[in-house]
Design a protein around this ligand. Structure first.
Ligand code: FES
Length: 633
């Protein structure tokens, strides 16, 4: 069949394709990352491409495109990659504009971590075996297992792949052999002679990023780290889009699983290269991820997580052979996945609790891991309650007109002069601005509130006289960066719609926190520590986040940034089997609170959409601050 040729610029990548495929499908196929927040359903408008040539070989613009793109955009060749279908024979050249590219995000690897005693699930044991003789012609495997049993006092079984290696290995080592023992129950590998060096790999499988840590299990230190964007992103940027993709076709779970496994293999190779070792020396892997990521990683369908009453397919921790998941490490290695709490509170939240130790503390702590789904855990050594809030992807820049992830050129900090309304900003890597990431948008909203450019309902003022405020009867926006300051050829502004998105997102988080406090029978002042986890929770200005009412009004000195604690928790379970027991205990102990089932949920949410809150007495310190700012202006 005659085919069309699709060329992607500025990458210069090209592919011959049959008619009927969307440009987004082809982009995914050849590894061109195009932003696709809604997973290709024509809803987010983020997958813009510009057709440079061969327009007639594409389908006509759809209704979704006419809604998402202005007439002028359409005239200038803009299309949505998920809507434009290849139809004719000929060459089509499309450009992926910078706003649609999924670039390397500022990825966070470090996180708070409690010290644990080094007692991993694996250890090495060197054995000297008696050579067989006519008087003692015992089998090779029996000889080795008997020696190992008598040295350890355990009754060990042998991995099937290890079985195949043993006859050669013991002869190669002249009857000295080093075995790897897993949980004192299984010989997972055998090597000739006396070998040293034992590595494990801990992975945080996030919706957006993968973070990997190669750990030397002899001294417990991190030998190397590696991180990357989650390669599943082209299939949808949030978990719901990916679950919907899986629901469309039962074969799709294999595609997603394969892509994440390939990503983890890449991290393993990179980290091993940095540490001058090889993946074959990795004998144990631990994985923390939210429930959907965890299920997909294991190849377990996450379909029902998205359907009422949102049950997880499995909750307990799992030990599975790495080779069964196509992970390229030592042949007998196991993968341990942290247990999960519920459909929307996953192993990453369990890892957060493990790393902070709030489950063992006397003080009452609130842990907020901000993401598309924000998990909140409130508690102490006596009780733990948790919920998941649908905060949406606004803090990751989605659903925001000029929103983007925290990659190069993203405006991440903003200041507004209260008198002149002039703006100062800082971008990621000090590049020319391309858009606003979550921390930048929070700064803008807080600053607009402080300077009186928006009121407590979030409405942009029509009265203040500044060229940065552009308003007419239908729409209003505040310009953060003028066209000539940016690299995208247009003003970067925060619109009234963007402010609403931020209000909804922060209201979702605050509502979760306030319902958990109600369940616990405490007030904001009783919360002695607030831990903000995750990348957004690390880069956001805590004062500005409080000004908009994202978390309860506690003194700033009680707020702690803890970084990527999901990675830290995964590492702790690699270092210690006791930490695995604690993780199971945490998952069992956490009382999951379904926010939607709480009778106060709707009214709490509505009140929380105000800035910082409709009931100003809940945010007394912010009210004082706003009062002071108003008097000063
Ligand atoms: S509109 Fe195309 S991916 Fe969302």
């Amino acid at each position: 069949m005659a085919k069309a040729e699709l060329v992607f610029q500025p990458y210069g990548k090209r592919l011959e394709v049959e008619a009927g495929r969307t440009v987004l499908e082809v982009a995914r196929h050849i590894g061109v990352s195009v932003s696709s927040v809604c997973g290709g359903r024509g809803l987010c408008g983020k997958c813009k491409i510009i057709v440079q040539d061969g327009e007639s070989h594409l389908s006509a613009p759809t209704k979704a495109e006419r809604q998402a793109l202005s007439r002028e955009d359409l005239k200038n060749g803009f299309r949505l990659a998920c809507q434009a279908v290849v139809k004719g024979i000929g060459t089509i050249t499309v450009e992926v504009p910078s706003e649609s590219r999924v670039d390397q995000q500022k990825l966070l690897l470090k996180g708070l971590e409690r010290k644990v005693e080094l007692a991993p699930a694996i250890r090495r044991l060197t054995l000297s075996l008696d050579k067989p003789s006519l008087a003692d012609a015992k089998s090779d495997v029996d000889r080795l297992v008997e020696a190992a049993n008598s040295a350890t006092g355990f009754k060990l079984k042998v991995d099937h792949e290890a079985l195949k290696q043993i006859p050669h290995v013991i002869r190669k080592g002249d009857w000295t052999v080093t075995v790897t023992l897993w949980k004192n129950g299984e010989i997972t590998a055998a090597e000739p002679g006396e070998t040293h060096g034992l590595y494990g790999f801990a992975v945080d499988v996030g919706t957006t990023k993968l973070a990997g840590y190669l750990v030397d299990l002899v001294n417990g230190k991190i030998a190397a780290t590696a991180s990357m964007m989650n390669p599943q992103i082209p299939y949808g940027e949030d978990v719901i889009s990916r679950i919907k993709f899986i629901m469309e076709n039962p074969d799709n779970i294999a595609k997603l699983q394969q892509s994440v496994v390939e990503g983890v293999n890449q991290l393993i190779r990179e980290a091993c290269m940095k540490a001058k070792t090889t993946p074959a020396n990795i004998c144990d892997i631990t994985v923390a991820g939210n429930t959907a990521m965890h299920h997909i990683f294991l190849g377990v369908p996450p379909n029902y997580v998205a359907l009422m009453p949102y049950p997880a397919a499995l909750q307990s921790s799992v030990d599975v052979k790495a080779r069964d998941l196509a992970l390229d490490v030592g042949y007998g290695a196991y993968v341990y996945t942290l247990p999960i709490v519920s459909g929307f509170v996953g192993g990453d939240a369990v890892a957060d609790v493990l790393a902070t130790g709030i489950n063992m503390a006397d003080e009452l702590s609130m842990l907020i891991d901000i993401g598309t789904n924000t998990e909140i855990v409130l508690g102490n050594k006596d009780r733990l309650v948790a919920c998941s809030c649908a905060s949406g992807p606004a803090f990751e820049g989605a659903h925001i007109k000029h929103g983007m992830r925290a990659s190069s050129g993203a405006i991440e900090q903003v200041w507004v002069d209260p008198e002149t309304f002039e703006v100062g900003f800082k971008t990621v890597e000090d590049d020319k601005p391309r858009g606003l990431c979550g921390s930048g948008i929070v700064d803008v909203v807080a600053q607009l509130l402080k300077t009186g450019l928006i009121d407590r309902s979030g409405r942009l003022s029509r009265k203040v006289d500044t060229p940065r405020l552009k308003a007419n009867a239908k729409a209003a926006e505040f310009v953060v960066a003028w066209k000539d300051e940016t690299s995208v050829g247009n003003d970067i502004a925060v619109t009234q719609g963007d402010i609403r998105e931020i209000q909804l997102a922060k209201a979702a988080i605050y509502t979760g926190a306030s319902i958990l406090m109600k369940k616990f029978g405490v007030k904001a002042y009783d919360v002695q520590r607030v831990f903000l986890a995750g990348a957004f929770g690390t880069y956001v200005d805590p004062q500005n986040a409080k000004i908009i009412g994202m978390y309860p009004d506690v003194p700033l000195e009680r707020v702690h940034f803890i970084g990527n604690t999901a990675g830290s928790g995964a590492r702790m379970t690699l270092l210690s089997v006791d930490a695995r027991k604690t993780a199971s205990d945490i998952a069992r102990r956490v009382e999951y609170v379904e926010l939607g089932a709480d009778p106060d949920f709707q009214s709490e949410f509505l009140k929380a959409t105000y800035l910082p809150h409709q009931e100003s007495e809940r945010f007394q310190s912010v009210s004082r601050l706003l009062g002071k700012a108003a008097r000063a202006s």
